[in-house]
Design a protein around this ligand. Structure first.
Ligand code: GYE
Length: 328
């Protein structure tokens, strides 16, 4: 009997001391009584390349505050080496959980292994990695980028369903090697490929930024005077391209039809104004779900391996209706 009680007590003590270790040395006071305020999250953000990213950063910071989670935040300026450095420093600081949005898909195994060896759970948010070993992270929260590409393709197929003429498309890709660039391209291609009238005549990265979108579109316009459609992997590149199109004396939305992804406010405004023709939504408001997942993984609870964000699409008419209520 005594033996059983002491074994139970020992188990209890061990659990308590493990929980204390797990708090990662965070000094923030536990004010909500739920124990969550002692969680420290290290978050490595991609950068500040787009309106989407700015909204995503705000969502993560606000949600951490609301959840009583201490957030250590770093901006990698679109460089993988900076993200690896940030993750290593979070490991050294013994945070309770690491979350990050990987700028590119490849090259994460070593640093993720280091986090695993240090017993710090990792959550992927927004973008995926291509690691074969899926035990290196607990879950991946974010959009289905292939599906976003398909939605863009389906609109195009419908828009040109009565035409037999060739449809000349230029594509502004996101950051080379990133999950959204790879997947948005693949999903779009899957839908348009069966119809030979759809021709991608040029495709290049615009790095998800407005400045690069403009620059690359200027080059496209010079070498291809007969562009029918622009497919831009995000609103910002599309908005930069609109400047280039107007600068070349053409009318965006009419002379050249434009499809983008994200649905941030500036994009939705251009859609309502008739300069963009269709936007596939990609929600940046991942913060609240991320914090819920973080609490669970820190407690050692099982979470779904993949959490997909719910998203829609917008025509010009729909953009006019929802513009005033858009949060970001
Ligand atoms: O679409 C783009 C941003 O990873 C979903 O990154 C995100 C993408 C988003 O720069 O605007």
């Amino acid at each position: 009997m005594f033996k059983r009680i002491s074994a139970l007590m020992l188990a209890g003590l061990t659990a308590m001391s493990m929980a204390a270790c797990g708090s990662g040395g965070s000094t923030s006071a536990n004010t909500d009584g739920g124990g969550d305020s002692t969680i420290t999250m290290g978050f490595s953000q991609v950068g500040a390349e787009s309106g989407w990213r700015t909204a995503n950063t705000k969502s993560v910071q606000d949600a951490a505050k609301n959840a009583g989670i201490t957030l250590k935040f770093s901006d990698a300026q679109q460089k993988q080496e900076n993200q690896i450095k940030a993750i290593r420093s979070y490991i050294q600081q013994k945070v309770d959980v690491i979350a990050f949005s990987p700028v590119v898909e490849s090259g994460w195994d070593t640093v993720l292994k280091e986090a695993q060896n240090a017993k710090i759970p990792v959550i992927l948010t927004d973008r995926a990695v291509d690691s074969k070993d899926t035990s290196l992270y607990k879950t991946f929260l974010g959009s289905d980028f292939v599906e976003e590409g398909r939605k863009a393709g389906k609109w195009l197929v419908e828009e040109y369903k009565d035409s037999t003429d060739p449809v000349k498309i230029v594509e502004l890709q996101g950051t080379t090697g990133s999950a959204p660039a790879n997947d948005r391209k693949a999903g779009f291609q899957e839908i348009i490929q069966p119809e030979s009238k759809f021709q991608i005549i040029a495709s290049q990265t615009g790095d998800f930024t407005r400045a690069k979108g403009k620059e690359v579109m200027e080059a496209f316009l010079k070498s291809h005077p007969d562009i029918d459609v622009l497919y831009a992997h995000n609103d910002d590149m599309g908005l930069g391209a609109i400047e280039a199109i107007e600068g070349a004396g053409k009318v965006p939305g009419k002379d050249i039809k434009i499809i983008t992804v994200d649905a941030v406010k500036d994009g939705m405004q251009a859609l309502a104004d008739g300069k963009i023709n269709y936007i596939v939504e990609c929600s940046p408001l991942l913060g609240p779900q991320l914090m819920d997942l973080a609490k669970k993984v820190v407690k050692g609870e099982q979470v779904q391996a993949r959490v997909v964000t719910e998203e829609t699409t917008f025509t010009q008419e729909q953009a006019k209706q929802v513009l005033s209520t858009r949060q970001y």
